[in-house]
Each structure stands twice: as structure tokens, then as C-alpha cells.
Write a protein that binds this ligand. Structure first.
Ligand code: C5P
Length: 313
């Protein structure tokens, strides 16, 4: 939650929640994961993207990014550690490096940066981990370099890095339109218990969207109205029954392990699961925090993959 984060007081946290460790000049920020509570694809566009309408909400589950400015060396360096760091690139394939490089070039900054990323959010999961890390990196680099980038310009850089990055830059739940980069914030009571499960196989967003494009036949478009009402009034039971993702069928069709996991979860847990983003993670609204923890352990015990009990924040 960046732009909406409360001031925590004292000299060590600013109004975006950026923590400053005075001793060694490192700044740090949590980079939350997200779920898509609703995702409708309205049509394909001429620029290789699809027009979407989606309701996204950040989770307590988060990566953690630290950054410090390096004077006299323009290089951008990244180290990745943490329980889910395997296979995460540390070079320009990582959105964090792309984001900080884009800001550096756009503003003509001569300093470089050193970053340390702790990964707790699985990648190729539809949980927005890479996009959230990139948004956190933009905020941290802007603060560490003292560049005070204009918010509209920061948004522009964010959307050039990925369709979901402006959502994370904004912080908080939102309805997102366009290719996902047009963010309309939603006020909401936080705390809804969520369980997330991810089978070993990942899915690429590009692949899921391009497979969807091949499918013929128009389907009646769904509206987010009722879901937004349940969400905003804190009616988690109502929300549970209204989860919707147009990419679900396509994603399940692409990955047999995902289809199996979805079927088993629905049967074993008795609540409605859907994918987040383009998958491969699935999530459900749980009746309580305790139920979320129980569901996560069912997933792990049955060897259906990685699972965590978390909540909307
Ligand atoms: O914006 P991002 O880099 O996350 O998108 C990755 C890919 O997903 C795009 O290159 C595009 O193929 C597909 N995509 C899409 N429509 C969107 C978002 C992503 O077709 N709204």
C-alpha cells in the first residue's frame, strides 16, 4: 500500500510506508501480492493486448525489497534471496531492474542503485509478485535518489514495465481497466481471509491470452457490479460466490496439473476456487482465518503444491 499508506510517525517511515535505515542508507518496502477477484476480457486490441476489466486487491502475503543509492557508479545491481528465490533472474529480465533503469534513464540520474529482494511470492502465478516488486523499486529509487518524480510520470514508467505495475504503485484495492493500467481505487474493509495454492507448474500471461484469442465464439460479458458491492460492504460470503475470471477455462485447459489441482481443491475444500490473473495460482475466500490455515495445510498434505493462508489488506 504505497500512496495510501498511513504515516507511521518518527523519522524512519514516510507516508508511503518506505522505511529508512539511517545507519547505512538502505530504504525498504513490502511488495504485496494481489488476487483478481473478478477479471473480464472485453476484447482484443490492435497493440497485442486485451481490453480488460478487473477487480484487484492486495494481500498480506508480500515480498520485501531494500534499495540504496550508489554514487559514482551508474550500475543497477540486484540480489535475490528468500524461500521462493529459485529461478528468479537478477539481471535485466527482472522487472525490478527494468523499472529502476527506466526511472534512471527518464530522469537522467547519474547515480546507480543496489537492491536486495526477499521472495515470498511465487512467480508465474498470477499473484503479481514481479509487478509489485517493480512498483516498490520505483518508489524506493525515487526516494533514495531524491528525484521526486512527478506522480503522472511515475505512473507512465510503471505502465511501460507491465500492465499491473500502476495498480501496485497506487496501493489498495481497485477496479482496473484498459490493459489493466487504468486504476480506479476502491475503499474497502480489509481482513478477508484468503487461501492461495499454486501447483508446481507456472503459466505465462502471454501464453494464456494468446490461447484465449484462438478460441472462437462470443460469450456474454459479466459485470463487476455485485462483486464490488459485496467487497465494499465486507460481505465475504457473498464475495466468495461471486469470484469470476474469464481466463480460468483457458488456463485450466493449458495445464493438466492445474486442472487436477482445481478439481481436487473444489472437492476437498467445499468452497469456490478460481485462478488469479492468468494463473497458475488458485485462491478461495475462506470462512475464517482458521479455515484458511486448515485449507492451506490440506493442499500441502495432499502434495498439490505450495499453499499459504493470508488475507486481503
Ligand atoms: O503487461 P504485461 O507485460 O504484464 O503483459 C504480458 C503479456 O500478456 C502481454 O505481452 C500480452 O501478450 C498479454 N496481455 C494481454 N492483455 C492484457 C495484459 C497482458 O494480452 N490486458
Amino acid at each position: 500500500m504505497y500512496r495510501s499508506a498511513p504515516t507511521a510517525g518518527g523519522a524512519t517511515v514516510d507516508n508511503r510506508g518506505t522505511q529508512r535505515r539511517e545507519a547505512d542508507d538502505w530504504l525498504s518496502l513490502s511488495a504485496p501480492a494481489k488476487v483478481n477477484l473478478y477479471l473480464e476480457v472485453l476484447g482484443s486490441r490492435g497493440d497485442g493486448y486485451h481490453e480488460v476489466e478487473t477487480v484487484m486487491a492486495p494481500l498480506r502475503l508480500a515480498d520485501h525489497l531494500s534499495l540504496r543509492a550508489v554514487a559514482g557508479d551508474p550500475n543497477i545491481r540486484l540480489q535475490v534471496a528468500g524461500p521462493l528465490s529459485a529461478g528468479v533472474p537478477t539481471d535485466e529480465r527482472n522487472l525490478v531492474v527494468q523499472a529502476v533503469t527506466a526511472l534512471q534513464q527518464r530522469l537522467g540520474v547519474e547515480q546507480g542503485a543496489e537492491m536486495a529482494l526477499q521472495k515470498h511470492v511465487p512467480h508465474e502465478a498470477g499473484l503479481g509478485g514481479g509487478s509489485s516488486d517493480a512498483a516498490a523499486a520505483l518508489i524506493l529509487a525515487d526516494a533514495a535518489w531524491g528525484t521526486q518524480c512527478d506522480p503522472a510520470e511515475l505512473d507512465d514508467i510503471a505502465s511501460s514495465i507491465g500492465s499491473d505495475v500502476p495498480f501496485f504503485l497506487n496501493g489498495g484495492p481497485a477496479v482496473c481497466r484498459g490493459r489493466g493500467e487504468q486504476v480506479a481505487p476502491l475503499a474497502t474493509p480489509a481482513g478477508c481471509p484468503i487461501v492461495v495454492a499454486k501447483p508446481a507448474a507456472g503459466l505465462s500471461t502471454k501464453r494464456v491470452f494468446s490461447e484465449l484469442k484462438k478460441q472462437t465464439g462470443a460469450s456474454a460479458k459479466r459485470s463487476a457490479g455485485e462483486l464490488v458491492e459485496s467487497f465494499s460492504s465486507g460481505d465475504w460470503r457473498g464475495l466468495s460466490g461471486q469470484l469470476f475470471n474469464r481466463l480460468e477455462e483457458t488456463a485450466l485447459g493449458l495445464a493438466e496439473p492445474l486442472r487436477q489441482a482445481a478439481a481436487t481443491l473444489r472437492e476437498a475444500c467445499g468452497c469456490s476456487w478460481t485462478i488469479t490473473g492468468s494463473g497458475s495460482a488458485l485462491f478461495a475466500v475462506a470462512p475464517s482465518d482458521r479455515a484458511a490455515r486448515r485449507l492451506a495445510s490440506v493442499v500441502r498434505q495432499r502434495g498439490m503444491g505450495w499453499a499459504v493462508a493470508t488475507s486481503l489488506t
